[in-house]
Design a protein around this ligand. Structure first.
Ligand code: NOJ
Length: 591
């Protein structure tokens, strides 16, 4: 297919980096420990269950594994409520199991990234228990965000902030232990929690908090981990004086809207849309960058290979790029790409904008379509409205078109895996797993489900344990058949063993894509956009020593002509007329 004379010329949007660091082009696979593999049969995944299945990830062809938290935790937020940062929760195993996992991954040639949760601890953390016991004005309280309440008796929260999970961001404590049980039980100070009540925010003005996290970094670096995914990296520092703010920040997309997600209207005043200010005082404050400079220095004491990855819902992309300046973090998740609607102009814009922002600071661009906080992309892309999607889908909600969703998901993945930079995969997406959209409400565990007064279904539907064997109890997840969330019966056909035998399965497409990406060095190439039509995303990935690879995704309603060259891979069957709707092809040209 040739561009017509009025089409703009191909545009160089990314020049390959001269640096060859592993993390600039790595494919990193997210393991959600609760749901990957269960060795001890209690229905909850564990570290030995991961270690014994690591071979399957090496075979898939990923370069690194990122583990969501496995630390000691009451699991009020799936482990993002940490009670002890230096220990493994007994549900998941022991420190020796963590060592064995790291060693096995390294043996198999994969790096290991662990999750670091510095914005808040669990309310069961020794520090928080001490803060409650020691009372107002104590050094223990100074590690958290305790404040006096407003109102005559301090009965009003210190400001009007809302929790990301819905509801008030402040909880009042009892400061008269003798009064426990009486109507005066909660007569004390308030503590801030941007998430659940069980996740008190740390005070990052405290030198002790800084020292503690430097020490935690060293604890895990000494055990051999290759990096940290930093939870809520944009949240640690709050605006001085904690000013009122009537906006509401949405998880992952970060949009600071004022409409509010809190639906528990009895207890939670919804913010007023007209009062929203531009920028939230709880997120993306300039002070956070000092922290990452400090941490970068700690990492540099080890070797140049350890990394920090920012989970920061920050807009616009230029603002996010500040987290990956040369003396800060190495990567930041590209949620802009994840939340982009299934529309060619918007996807093109996201791709071009991502390179512009990251290249300006010398950082790699990352790509991601699914994780443990969003509806799986095989379902999200099958909804009438694509984009970030709802926070969970329930049986009575409009259901995704499964076939359409999967077709688009595979097309989106093939596009993403051909782009220079580092790509993140979420466990199960290689099986084309959909969201569990009919989960019984009584089984939901996500705090967002409770805190929004059930207005949001929450994230349980993307966290269902993986199907490994079609014909085994719990589809091979657990030897006893127990599973902390039930797996849909239809997942028998999606089990890994079935897909291994089927050359046309999503699993084999992912394997082949990762193999070709590696062989062709797609992750380290330069990229041009090609003007092949309004409803098409077309790019050319070039690098010295091999012919260019054209990647074309058709998001229009008609097939589009196949560019000249050899078809290396396609996300679905090709038509005689060319590339069908919702299909991606990789084509190797002759130049
Ligand atoms: C982001 C994590 O990905 C999410 O799962 C968690 O609930 C929040 N941070 C709070 O830690």
């Amino acid at each position: 297919m040739t561009a017509t004379s009025h089409d703009p010329a191909p545009q160089l949007v990314h020049q390959a980096s001269p640096d060859a660091d592993w993390w600039r082009s790595a494919v990193i696979y997210q393991v959600y420990p609760r749901s990957f593999g269960d060795a001890d049969g209690d229905g909850m995944g564990d570290l030995p269950g991961i270690t014994e299945r690591l071979g399957s990830l090496a075979e898939l062809g990923v370069n690194a594994v990122w583990l969501s938290p496995f630390y000691r935790s009451p699991q009020r937020d799936g482990g993002y409520d940490v009670a002890d940062y230096r220990d493994v929760d007994p549900r998941f195993g022991t420190l020796a199991d963590a060592d064995a996992l790291i060693a096995r991954a390294h043996e198999l040639g994969m790096r290991v990234i662990v999750d670091l949760v510095p914005n808040h601890t669990s309310d069961q953390h020794a520090w928080f228990r001490q803060a409650l016991a020691d009372g107002p004005g104590s050094p223990a309280r100074a590690r958290y965000m305790f404040r006096e309440g407003n109102g005559e008796y301090g009965e009003e929260p210190p400001n009007n902030w809302q929790s990301v999970f819905g509801g008030n961001a402040w909880t009042r404590v009892c400061d008269r232990p003798d009064a426990a049980g009486s109507s005066w039980e909660r007569d004390g100070q308030w503590y801030l929690h941007l998430f659940d009540t069980s996740q008190p925010d740390l005070n990052w003005d405290s030198a002790e908090v800084h020292a503690e996290f430097r020490s935690i970094l060293r604890f895990w670096l000494d055990r051999g981990v290759d990096g940290f995914r930093v939870d809520v990296a944009h949240g640690l520092v709050k605006a001085p004086g904690l000013p009122d703010w009537t906006g509401q920040v949405r998880m992952v997309e970060g949009t600071e809207v004022a409409e509010g997600i809190a639906a528990d209207e009895d207890t939670v005043p919804l913010p007023d849309a007209d009062d929203a200010t531009d920028h939230s005082p709880m997120f993306d404050q300039d002070g956070v960058h000092e922290i990452y400079r400090e941490w970068r220095e700690v990492l540099e004491e080890y070797d140049a290979d350890r990394i920090l990855v920012a989970e920061a819902w920050v807009e616009p992309l230029e603002r996010l790029a500040r987290y990956v300046r040369p003396d800060e973090m190495h990567q930041a998740f590209n949620f802009d790409f994840l939340v982009t609607r299934w529309q060619a102009p918007e996807l093109r814009e996201s791709i071009i904008g991502s390179y512009a922002a990251n290249d300006a600071v010398g950082a790699p661009t990352t790509w991601v379509l699914s994780n443990h906080d969003v509806v799986r992309h095989a379902s999200r892309l099958g909804l009438a409205e694509t984009g970030k999607g709802p926070n969970g889908i329930g049986a009575e909600d409009p259901q995704p078109d499964a076939e359409l969703g999967l077709r688009r998901a595979l097309a989106g993945t093939l596009l993403m895996l051909a782009l220079p930079g580092s790509a993140y995969l979420y466990q199960g997406e290689e099986l084309g797993l959909p969201e569990h959209t009919t989960l019984d409400d009584s089984l939901r565990q996500d705090p967002a489900w409770w805190r929004t007064g059930h207005a949001e279904k929450g994230r349980d539907g993307c966290r269902v344990p993986l199907p490994w064997l079609s014909d085994a109890p719990a589809f091979g997840f657990s030897p006893t058949g127990k599973s902390w969330l039930p797996q849909p019966d239809s997942w028998a056909q999606l089990a890994r063993d079935v897909q291994e035998r089927d050359p046309g399965s999503p699993l084999n497409l992912y394997r082949r894509a990762l193999e070709l990406r590696d062989q062709l060095g797609l992750g380290t190439g330069s990229l041009e956009t090609l003007p092949l039509g309004e409803h098409v995303v077309a790019v050319r990935n070039t690098t010295q020593g091999r012919p260019a690879v054209i990647i074309l995704t058709n998001l229009g309603t008609e097939s589009v002509p196949l560019p000249d060259g050899e078809v290396l891979l396609a996300s679905g069957p090709l038509a005689e007329e060319g590339v069908p709707t919702d299909t991606t092809v990789w084509i190797q040209g002759t130049n």
